[in-house]
Design a protein around this ligand. Structure first.
Ligand SMILES: NC(=O)c1ccc[n+]([C@@H]2O[C@H](COP(=O)([O-])OP(=O)(O)OC[C@H]3O[C@@H](n4cnc5c(N)ncnc54)[C@H](O)[C@@H]3O)[C@@H](O)[C@H]2O)c1
Length: 253
């Protein structure tokens, strides 16, 4: 335990696997009390048990679940210092082939749920005049890969929301920041590659896109999530930290 989040209570959505699970583990290591707000009971319970946290089954797209999650956290721990909006899913289509219901599914999970969770924790954060919200955005928040619509629309929106809420509540002692990872080695990425005829070749292609010649690890996103939630980042607000090994700075010829 390194104490960087000592005495802080954090909700991490979608913490049953992947980046969210890595953040939950890193937060617990840093001394935080962690609420694992996850749709799937099996993985959510597993992570919570492993880190000594508290699992609450939560579908972040359902308002009643959002409210139950926040009420559970306050009942159990009495305060909420950190919210990590991590739950998300790839919704990838060619725009003109996309059923309209897919637009709604993507916006509900990848954008609106982040606001619903933020809205639900704001009253207690404002009352205590302290809080940190960390939104997990993406490289898709800045650049477009064809045939991935409307995921980048939602992830661009999440940056806008990060800035808007960061400005709106700065004077209340609340910081709102985002992390924009490139390819990270999680189930979501593996499922994406699995959709290609040669998944191994697709993975290799993704690795080569990044200057270090590899993709990122969930733990590398978690390190930044600890930093942004901690008292080491008191004047960082409405900002997005890109974790991509330098990919976005690379000029492709
Ligand atoms: N993996 C990457 O390469 C990558 C890159 C950039 C951004 N991201 C973003 O990081 C976040 C996490 O991605 P990941 O790769 O760990 O994904 P993942 O699919 O491995 O994990 C997502 C988790 O969220 C949970 N979840 C899904 N819908 C939910 C809902 N309605 N309510 C509560 N929980 C729900 C899932 O059960 C799962 O445990 C997402 O927002 C994703 O868009 C991922």
């Amino acid at each position: 335990m390194n104490g960087r989040l000592q005495n802080k209570v954090a909700i991490v959505t979608g913490a049953g696997q992947g980046i969210g699970a890595a953040i939950a583990r890193a937060y617990a290591d840093a001394g935080a009390k962690v609420v694992v707000a996850e749709l799937r009971a099996e993985t959510g319970n597993g992570v919570a048990a492993e880190i000594g946290g508290s699992f609450i089954q939560t579908d972040v797209t359902k308002q009643a679940d959002v409210e139950r999650c926040v009420a559970h956290t306050l009942e159990r721990f009495g305060r909420i210092d950190v919210l990590v909006n991590n739950a998300g899913a790839n919704v990838f289509h060619r725009p003109h082939e996309m059923p309209r219901s897919e637009w709604a599914r993507c916006m509900a999970l990848d954008l609106e749920a982040c606001w619903a969770m933020a809205e639900a924790v704001l009253p207690t954060m404002r009352q205590k005049a302290t809080g940190a919200i960390v939104n997990i955005a993406s490289s898709h928040s800045f650049k477009i890969i064809p045939h991935t619509f409307p995921y980048p629309v939602a992830k661009h929106g999440l940056i806008g929301m990060t800035r808007a809420l960061g400005i709106e509540y700065a004077a209340d002692g609340i910081r709102v920041n985002a992390i924009a990872p490139a390819y990270i080695d999680t189930e979501i990425a593996q499922a994406y590659w699995a959709g290609f005829p040669d998944p191994a070749a697709e993975r290799l292609k993704a690795e080569k896109l990044h200057p270090p010649g590899r993709i990122g690890r969930p733990e590398e996103v978690a390190m930044t999530a600890v930093f942004l939630a901690s008292d080491e980042a008191p004047f960082i607000n409405a900002e997005t930290i890109i974790i991509d090994g330098g990919r976005s700075a690379l000029f492709h010829d």
